[in-house]
Ligand binder design. Structure first.
Ligand code: MRU
Length: 344
């Protein structure tokens, strides 16, 4: 991905988002100048990925202030608009964390709000770089030997899903930069194809060898011994290590456990929600049935069928070999729990 292309960019008066619904066919920026447009962009996955919607949500506070000034809103109306941004999607805790952080500067006015939103964005890029190094070090020490690694990933966790560089895909990029990556298996990620559309697009930009495979191929590829480790991102990590991520993730983790290979989660500490004790307490977004009953807008399932479309699933902590954060690697299945190790 060219350095200047960023999923979330403040233009001075609004947000410019890379419209991720159009990739890889078209690379278009969507201008967002009001709260309704931002909520719509988050809900339709124009901007997506936990850290990226966190960054967009942070700037959403600025958008609400500017729109409020333009339309003569009361403070209560501005706060209500911010609350709508905060609740646009329920699972990724980064959205709530980043909005709340920027709101701590609300009383100081627009400049302070923008300063905080920019800090959120800057810190996310730095966290991703640190995770890349920690994750690559861990993999090379534990799995590496002398041969380059074969890594499986699910969904998209790259520059598009973050403020820049990527979490799990940041580790992949770091391995590639060190000349220690053989190939990436990118699960296509049904039903919205974040893997085949977005991860593959990013891997092409980076010149990283990869195969796109259907989600149903992942377990077989792992059990046949064609993968050295799997690494994924996260939308919310509970205090006991249970992790919500894109639907299909738990199947990858089960296959890794059976094959005896590492299953890593890479996420900044902003994704760890110590107030959520276990995965049972995580709100899993249920999306529209049409996303699974149709293909490119054409009905594929019988008219009588109902769809079931959870956007995420929860991987129990016992299946997670390591959680890579910007502070290092916690070996969760060996008992290093976020609730014990990441208290502020
Ligand atoms: O529905 P999405 O595309 O927002 O889901 C994204 C994921 O599940 C990612 O794996 C997660 O947000 C981590 S992104 C660094």
């Amino acid at each position: 991905m060219p350095q200047e292309l960023r999923a979330v960019e403040w233009t001075g008066s609004g947000l410019a988002l890379i419209d991720q619904t159009l990739l890889p066919q078209r690379t278009e920026l969507r201008s967002v100048h009001d709260v309704d447009a931002l909520v719509d962009a988050i809900q339709r996955l124009v901007v997506r990925g936990a850290p990226a919607i966190g960054a967009a949500g942070g700037y959403g506070v600025a958008l609400a202030l500017i729109e409020g000034q333009r339309k003569g809103w009361s403070e209560a109306e501005v706060r209500a608009a911010v609350a709508r941004v905060r609740e646009a999607r329920p699972t990724a805790v980064n959205l709530m964390v980043c909005v709340d952080r920027v709101m701590t500067r609300f009383e100081e006015g627009l400049d302070a709000v923008l300063e905080e939103a920019a800090a959120v964005q800057r810190e996310d890029v730095a966290a991703n770089r640190a995770m890349g190094a920690f994750g690559a070090d861990w993999l090379l020490e534990r799995v590496g030997g002398d041969r380059p690694l074969r890594i499986l990933t699910h969904c998209n966790t790259g520059a598009l899903a973050t403020a820049g560089w990527g979490t799990a895909l940041g580790v992949v990029r770091e391995l590639h930069a060190r000349g220690r990556l053989e190939v990436v298996y990118a699960d296509e990620t049904r039903p919205l194809l974040q893997g085949s559309r977005l991860t593959a697009w990013e891997l092409v930009q980076e010149g990283i060898p990869h195969h796109v495979q259907v989600d149903g191929a992942a377990a077989g590829t792992i059990l046949r011994g064609e993968v050295d480790a799997a690494i994924v991102g996260a939308d919310r990590i509970a205090a006991n290590g249970d992790t919500a991520n894109k639907v299909g993730t738990v199947g990858v983790a089960l296959a890794c456990a059976d094959a005896g290979i590492p299953f890593l989660v890479a996420a900044p500490t902003t994704t760890v929600d110590l107030a959520t004790k276990t995965g049972d307490d995580i709100h899993i977004e249920l999306r529209a049935e049409e996303e699974v009953l149709e293909w490119a807008g054409v009905r594929t399932a019988p008219a009588e069928s109902r769809g079931h479309n959870p956007a995420f699933d929860v991987t129990p902590g016992r299946l997670i070999t390591g959680l890579v954060t910007e502070r290092g690697v916690l070996e969760i299945s060996a008992g290093e729990l976020p609730g014990d190790r990441l208290k502020q």
